[in-house]
Design a protein around this ligand. Structure first.
Ligand SMILES: C=CC1=C(C)c2cc3[nH]c(cc4nc(cc5[nH]c(cc1n2)c(C)c5CCC(=O)O)C(CCC(=O)O)=C4C)c(C)c3C=C
Ligand SMILES: [Fe+2]
Ligand SMILES: [Fe+2]
Length: 342
């Protein structure tokens, strides 16, 4: 196994909470054509001409509320996953971020410096999206071809429906569920509807009930379906009645239509419909980050309380829980073994 290694890839965070560092990060992130998928000139006009004029200051304030002495929660937790995994496997494990530092290139370089020529790259996203899994693979391939042409990379596929992951997520949620709750809400990061249509090679997804149907040819690339499937399977494992569960999509940006239902609108209205005690979980994220610790735990709680809710219980992500590290290990080992089959 000594020429093999593992690269865990997460989204990335700004270097610090200064407005300039947040601006630099948002510039790289939002200028990615798989995140804001307009033609370059329109993307630049929107991002550099409008969004970067005001958003960095607002986002920097939000980051300050979640930042720890060690840094960004997303990076710190990814490092913890790396360290725990490293204790369980006999190949080097490094991390790389799609945006900012440590970059995917830095991660690959660190592996290469340890003699690695065959890398298992793990995009840490359970569900496929053009703005997550796909952009990670595109970036890694670009870096590989330019800087490391002799290195081979095997990519771990989205694992939203793998039994080991579903069992792990369900167990984790079960342990953290409060005794009394009227509903369990599954809030996933949203994406613009256009992204789903664009990445559907079968052109059969209508973003309606087909996403929650068991089989539709579009499911392999339908982020909305994959979120529904994760939810459905966890609900079954937890033996929860469907009426006690809610699915929604958070973190909208801009004026485009994003996939529905929206988390903020849901949180503002369910209190009046009799849901007073809410538990909420965010399974699109394997590690807690700005979008869970601020947008859901703080803003989301305010929205729920404002709309007549009484008790709001946020269920943390899998983070560095041992049962999740075991899943990461199994998924990595499967791909490490693939190298022997070629
Ligand atoms: C989990 C999967 C994610 C998808 C899908 C996703 C799509 C997506 N995101 C934006 C815009 C922003 N996202 C931001 C933060 C952020 N997004 C994800 C994950 C997904 N994004 C994470 C894990 C984080 C947190 C990073 C951290 O440092 O903690 C932000 C930055 C914060 C802010 O200013 O709100 C933006 C902007 C788009 C446009 C998009 C799909 C097209
Ligand atoms: Fe995002
Ligand atoms: Fe779909």
């Amino acid at each position: 196994m000594n020429n093999k290694g593992i690269l865990l890839v997460n989204l990335g965070s700004p270097r610090s909470t200064s407005v300039n560092d947040v601006k630099e990060y948002l510039d790289e992130f939002l200028m990615d054509e798989r995140v804001i998928d307009y033609r370059w000139i329109f993307r630049a006009l929107l991002v550099q001409g409008i969004i970067l004029k005001t958003r960095p200051a607002k986002s920097a304030e939000a980051y300050k509320t979640v930042w720890t002495d060690e840094g960004s929660p997303l990076i710190v937790i990814t490092e913890k996953i790396q360290k725990k995994l490293q204790k369980l496997v006999d190949v080097p494990v490094e991390i790389g971020m799609r945006y900012a530092q440590p970059s995917i290139e830095t991660g690959i370089q660190k592996l290469v410096d340890q003699g690695v020529t065959e890398i298992v790259l793990f995009p840490l996203y359970p569900q496929y999206a053009m703005s997550t899994t796909e952009t990670v693979i595109e970036k890694a391939e670009e870096v590989r071809k330019k800087k490391f042409p002799k290195v081979k990379i095997n990519y771990i596929q989205p694992f939203y429906n793998r039994d080991i992951y579903i069992n792990c997520l369900a167990e984790s949620i079960k342990e953290k569920l409060p005794e009394n709750f009227d509903a369990l809400q599954f809030s996933y990061h949203g994406v613009p509807e256009r992204h789903i249509y664009k990445t559907d090679p079968t052109k059969t997804c209508n973003l309606n009930d087909c996403c929650s149907r068991e089989d539709n040819p579009s499911h392999q690339f339908c982020y909305r379906h994959q979120c529904y499937a994760t939810t459905q399977r966890v609900i079954e494992k937890l033996d929860l009645p469907k009426e006690k569960t809610i699915i929604s999509f958070q973190s909208r940006l801009g004026k485009d239509k994003w996939i529905e239902p929206y988390t903020d609108e849901t949180l503002e209205t369910i209190g009046k419909k009799g849901i007073k005690n809410l538990a909420i979980v965010c399974p699109a994220f394997v590690s807690d980050c700005l979008e869970t610790l601020e947008e859901i735990s703080v803003e989301g709680k305010e929205q729920f309380m404002h709309g007549g809710g009484e008790n709001f219980h946020y269920i943390p992500c899998l983070n560095d829980e041992d049962r999740w590290i075991d899943v990461v290990k199994i998924l990595c080992e499967e791909k490490l073994n693939d190298f022997y089959l070629v």
